[in-house]
Design a protein around this ligand. Structure first.
Ligand code: ZN
Length: 306
């Protein structure tokens, strides 16, 4: 070995030895806020009695509590069929795990076919149980998530709803990592498709995350703290460790919704008025006059019927 080659080898080894320390010193540029909708349980077709809901919720929340990962759950109080005490127990499970809670309306109405006054009354109706469990911990109800990500199909509805939410003191919770986890979840509770859904779910989610990472650079010019929407269901309860591991393998750290929303990207204007619900990245790309580019679809056997 010549001196020059030896020197190169030594420098190479030094570079490798120094690299992990340098990486550890700078925080990962990637961040995600995890938001879970349709509490106490989304429409995956699984059991909805109190004991089953408690078991599903306990499993879903275990990794968040154990690893102190921030999470916020968006509640549809009217979708719980038991009594008020049962609902309070379920919501307290979330708060005990360190989660925050937001309003997702009482009964999950669609603003596309609900008069605005009726729609906003449904939001108000959903506040009562939420405010009581939050107040008991000195917390305030701060966030609203639109069912179906529908924000108003006419300019009047869109402006009227935004004004109502502002008056009530809500911050609207946008979504950037939009996906079809609910469809996978429905396949997961069905015995014929359970194994295939279990095997395909996280790889599908990773394809969606990879798409939106790239799209962030195209639309915004950089990556930024993204906001993931998933639903409270058995699939996410069973696969949460793998889902979190996927995010970690891509360099993500987990942040609160509040921290994500502090990024100025969430001040980007959007002017979409229509009947569809989709990622805020798509809304911003439309506002900027960019051609539409959709995230990867789930396979047909998953989406059938949705
Ligand atoms: Zn929902």
């Amino acid at each position: 070995m010549t001196f020059r080659m030896r020197l190169a080898t030594v420098l190479c080894l030094l570079a490798f030895a120094a690299a992990p320390a340098a990486w550890a010193a700078s925080p990962s540029p990637r961040a995600v806020a995890i938001t879970i909708d349709d509490l106490p349980r989304g429409g995956d077709g699984g059991p909805r009695d109190l004991a089953s809901l408690q078991a599903m919720t306990a499993k879903l929340l275990t990794p968040f509590a154990q690893q102190q990962i921030p999470v916020i759950g968006f509640v549809n109080a009217g979708r719980f069929q038991g009594d008020e005490a049962g609902l309070r127990q379920l919501l307290n499970q979330w708060l005990d795990a360190g989660a925050d809670l937001g309003n997702h309306s009482f009964s999950h109405p669609d603003i596309n076919n609900t008069p605005l006054a009726q729609y906003t009354a449904d939001i108000t109706r959903g506040e009562t149980p939420l405010k009581s469990v939050l107040a008991a911990r000195g917390k305030k109800l701060a966030y609203y998530r639109h069912p179906f990500l529908h924000v108003g199909s006419t300019p009047e509805d869109k402006a009227g709803l935004a004004q109502f939410l502002a008056r009530q003191g809500y911050t609207e919770a946008p979504v950037t990592f939009d996906n079809a986890d609910y469809a996978w979840a429905a396949r997961y509770v069905s015995p014929e498709t359970r194994d295939n859904a279990a095997a395909g779910y996280v790889p599908y989610m990773e394809s969606v995350v990879a798409f939106f990472e790239q799209r962030a650079v195209e639309v915004v010019g950089r990556e930024f703290p993204q906001i993931l929407l998933i639903h409270a269901n058995q699939l996410n309860a069973d696969q949460m460790p793998q889902l979190l591991a996927m995010f970690r393998s891509r360099g993500y750290r987990f942040v609160t919704l509040e921290e994500a929303l502090r990024d100025p990207v969430y001040k980007t204007p959007e002017n979409y008025v229509g009947r569809n619900g989709f990622s805020w990245l798509h809304r911003w790309s439309r506002f900027k006059g960019m051609p539409n580019k959709g995230e990867p679809d789930a396979p047909e056997w998953v989406m059938k019927g949705f």
